[in-house]
Ligand binder design. Structure first.
Ligand code: ASP
Length: 327
C-alpha cells in the first residue's frame, strides 16, 4: 500500500477507535453494572451496597448487580476488581480493610489501594461495636475482662478474615486488653453474626448497620461503641471512653472504587448517581436508622476519597504493625 494510503488508513482507524470510546462513554451505562462486595451476603458491606446500589441504578437507568466475592479478608475481591476492565461496568464497594488495613497485613497484596483504583466516592461511615453472645456471663467490659482472663483457654472470637474490619478492630481491642482468643474466621460478618447469635462464639466486632437489628431484638449484647460519642441509633450502648478504654477508636468507612484508568466522564456519572442516592430520603432514613454516618457533599467526592485512602493507609500501617497480631 502506498505510504500516504496506509497513513490515511491508520488515521481512520484511530479516529474510529477514539469516537468508539467517546460513544461508549456518552452511552454509559448501556447495560448492567456489577458491584463487587468483598464479603458474604447479609453483612454490613453487602447491606449498604444493596441500599445505595438500588437507588444509584434508578439514576443510571441500568441494574446494579451485587456480586459477593469472598476470601482473604476482602482482598480476593480487591484483586478481582483491580484486574477488571476499566469501562465502568465493574465497580467495588471497598472499605477500611480492603483499601487501607490490608496493606499492613498482606505483604504480597496484589494491588495498591491508592494507585490501582479510581475512587468514585464515600458511601457511609460505620462505627464499630464490640459484641458478646447474649448469654455471655458479663454485663459490661469490666466483667467481660475478668471472665475472659479467667477462661482464656476457651475464649473464642469471630471475624471476617485477616484484614477485614472485624479482624483489624477486634485485634486492636485484644491488644489493648491482653486477650488471646481462639480466632474463628467466617466469609463475612453476616455468617459471623449468625454464629454469635446462636452462641457458637463468645464475641466479635462489627459495623453498626448489622448490629442494630440484632441488638434491638436482644440477640446479642454490646460492650461498647468505639467512637467518641454514643450512636443515635443505639443510645444505650456506652462509648469506649465511658467504659475505660478511650484509646480504642474505630469507625469503618465503605466507599466505591473503579479500576484505575476508568474514564473521567464515567467516574463523574457514577459519582453523581452516588450523590443523588445519598440525598434520597428513603436511603438516608435507612442508613441513619442503622446507625451509619452519611458523608456531606464535600466528603463524597473522588478527591476526598483518594485523600482518605492515603491517610488511612498511613494511619493503620504503624498501628497494625505494632499491635500483636499473633494468636
Ligand atoms: N464488612 C464485612 C462484611 O460485610 C466484614 C468486615 O469487614 O469485618 O461482612
Amino acid at each position: 500500500m502506498p505510504k500516504f494510503l496506509s497513513a490515511l488508513a491508520a488515521g481512520v482507524l484511530i479516529c474510529s477507535q477514539v469516537s468508539g470510546v467517546a460513544f461508549a462513554q456518552s452511552d454509559y451505562p448501556a447495560h448492567a453494572i456489577t458491584m463487587i462486595v468483598p464479603f458474604a451476603a447479609g453483612g454490613p458491606t453487602d447491606m449498604v451496597g444493596r441500599i445505595v446500589g438500588e437507588r444509584m441504578a434508578r439514576t443510571l437507568g441500568q441494574q446494579i448487580v451485587i456480586e459477593n466475592v469472598i476470601g482473604a479478608g476482602g482482598t480476593t475481591a480487591g484483586t478481582r476488581a483491580m484486574r477488571a476492565a476499566s469501562d465502568g461496568y465493574t465497580i467495588m464497594l471497598g472499605h477500611m480493610g480492603t483499601h487501607a488495613a490490608a496493606v499492613a497485613l498482606y505483604p504480597k497484596l496484589a494491588y495498591d489501594p491508592s494507585t490501582d483504583f479510581a475512587p468514585i466516592g464515600m458511601v457511609a461511615g460505620m462505627p464499630v461495636l464490640v459484641l458478646a453472645r447474649k448469654d455471655f456471663p458479663a454485663q459490661n467490659l469490666g466483667e467481660f475482662t475478668v471472665y475472659a482472663k479467667r477462661h482464656a483457654a476457651e475464649l473464642t472470637m469471630a471475624h471476617a478474615g485477616v484484614g477485614s474490619v472485624s479482624y483489624v478492630t477486634c485485634q486492636l481491642f485484644n491488644s489493648f486488653l491482653g486477650f488471646k482468643p481462639k480466632l474463628i474466621s467466617y466469609q463475612g460478618t453476616g455468617p459471623a453474626m449468625y454464629a454469635l447469635v446462636s452462641g457458637r462464639v463468645d464475641y466479635m466486632c462489627d459495623q453498626v448497620v448489622t448490629v442494630v437489628p440484632q441488638l434491638l431484638s436482644g440477640n446479642v449484647k454490646a460492650l461498647l461503641v468505639a467512637t467518641p460519642r454514643r450512636n443515635p441509633a443505639l443510645p444505650d450502648v456506652p462509648t469506649a471512653k465511658e467504659v475505660g478504654l478511650p484509646q480504642f477508636q474505630a469507625s469503618a468507612w465503605n466507599a466505591l472504587f473503579a479500576p484505575k484508568n476508568t474514564p473521567q466522564p464515567i467516574i463523574n456519572k457514577l459519582n453523581a448517581a452516588l450523590v443523588e442516592a445519598l440525598d434520597d430520603e428513603t436511603v438516608r432514613k435507612s442508613l441513619l436508622e442503622l446507625g451509619s454516618d452519611i458523608p456531606d457533599l464535600a466528603g463524597r467526592s473522588p478527591e476526598a476519597l483518594a485523600a482518605l485512602v492515603k491517610g488511612e493507609i498511613a494511619k493503620w500501617t504503624p498501628i497494625l504493625k505494632a499491635a500483636d497480631q499473633t494468636n
